[in-house]
Design a protein around this ligand. Structure first.
Ligand SMILES: NC(=O)c1ccc[n+]([C@@H]2O[C@H](COP(=O)([O-])OP(=O)(O)OC[C@H]3O[C@@H](n4cnc5c(N)ncnc54)[C@H](OP(=O)(O)O)[C@@H]3O)[C@@H](O)[C@H]2O)c1
Length: 334
């Protein structure tokens, strides 16, 4: 081990528990001392990568990284104009003309269904659930699901189910869920997840959906383990994006000098998407290319019964069966 790496490891031990000096840019700079830079030297020609919310922030940085490596990239976005502008920029910056836009509002189940029906792609190698929101006021999706829950978890679950067969047709296929370190503050509770109690608190509602995402992705990994699809969940630390600036302006003002760049925030998404090393470690929660604990605070562990309850309810809300995940496999083997 080099001296710099040794120093970085000692720094991790001392500074990571502070959260701030882990999630911020200094944390990234320290953690990256143990990255293997050649991990990202992968030719992705022939691979199909779909990234939700790819017109901005981490999603755009992720789409760019895949495109730079020759992948066919699908930007799944809700707004045609913003998506096409971002696509044109990415085509210019990467020289890859195989970057496409498809319109889907992941918080609207009708939009998700019509995208699934109309999308002509038959095999997907990488699906990144990046789209996410932290609204300051409570609103509901067209199906009456609280918006944070609908966009961050229920819609993406329906999208995953709709693409299950196409993912199974992919090469070393993988699903990457973009959660948040904010989820550490919350314990999984179905009642609070579905109906945020009291005056609406967007930060808490957001963190609850991201906690539920961590739980659901681990369960999904287990359900899909015989299909060859790996399921990863990660959090990006704190990165300077439009989402952070607009949703939590107070936090952004105080921290903007120490926030990661969108590329640094997206690094672990890209690493999980590009590199096959984690493919055998489905179901884990990643940060800066390392599997991490899903609990940092006492009292945030949920019972198996609470996890089962949430698992069943999010399927009900998404209009899909929990048996969905084994369906295509069984069809193949009968
Ligand atoms: N930045 C951070 O520090 C940080 C920390 C923890 C977690 N995250 C997570 O990282 C992900 C990306 O966030 P970001 O920081 O890059 O924010 P961002 O710049 O606001 O990007 C969010 C993207 O999601 C899209 N989106 C939102 N609702 C959508 C919907 N219903 N259907 C389709 N696309 C939708 C947005 O599209 P529009 O442009 O059309 O709104 C935008 O492209 C989110 O899941 C966020 O929770 C970020």
């Amino acid at each position: 081990m080099s001296f710099t790496r040794l120093l970085a490891s000692v720094g991790d031990l001392v500074l990571d528990p502070s959260i701030v000096f882990s999630f911020d840019r200094t944390g990234f700079n320290r953690h990256k001392q143990s990255f293997i830079h050649s991990d990202l030297d992968v030719d992705m020609t022939g691979r199909v990568c779909a990234v939700t919310g790819a017109n901005s922030g981490l999603g755009k940085a992720t789409a760019k990284a895949f495109a730079q490596r020759g992948a066919e990239v699908w930007m799944l976005c809700r707004n045609q104009e913003r998506a096409e502008k971002a696509r044109d920029e990415l085509v210019d910056e990467t020289g890859n003309a195989q970057i496409h836009v498809a319109i889907v509002d992941v918080g609207d189940l009708d939009s998700v269904r019509s995208f699934i029906e109309s999308w002509r792609v038959t095999a997907v190698d990488v699906l990144v659930h990046n789209a996410g929101v932290l609204p300051n006021q409570r609103t509901d999706s067209p199906q009456g699901i609280e918006t944070t829950l609908s966009i961050n978890l229920v819609g993406p679950l329906a999208l995953t189910a709709g693409l299950n067969k196409r993912l199974q047709a992919g090469k070393k296929p993988r699903i990457i869920w973009v959660s948040s370190g904010g989820m550490y503050s919350q314990k999984l509770r179905l009642d609070h997840l579905e109906t945020p109690p009291g005056k609406f608190d967007g930060v808490k509602a957001y963190a609850r959906t991201k906690r539920a995402m961590v739980v659901a992705s681990a369960r999904l990994a287990n359900e899909l383990k015989h299909t060859g699809i790996a399921v990863h969940c990660m959090h990006p630390g704190w990165a300077n994006t439009k989402g952070v600036r607009d949703s939590i302006p107070g936090f952004w003002k105080v921290t903007r000098m120490i926030l990661r760049s969108p590329e640094e925030g997206a690094d672990t998404i890209v690493w999980l998407g590009v590199n096959d090393q984690a493919h055998d470690q489905s179901g884990l929660f990643w940060f800066d290319r390392q599997p991490r604990s899903t609990h940092l605070l006492p009292g945030t562990q949920a019972t198996q019964a609470a996890r089962d309850e949430v698992w069943l309810r999010i399927h009900e809300l998404a209009g899909i069966s929990p048996l969905e995940w084994t369906k295509h496999n069984q069809q193949e083997s009968t």
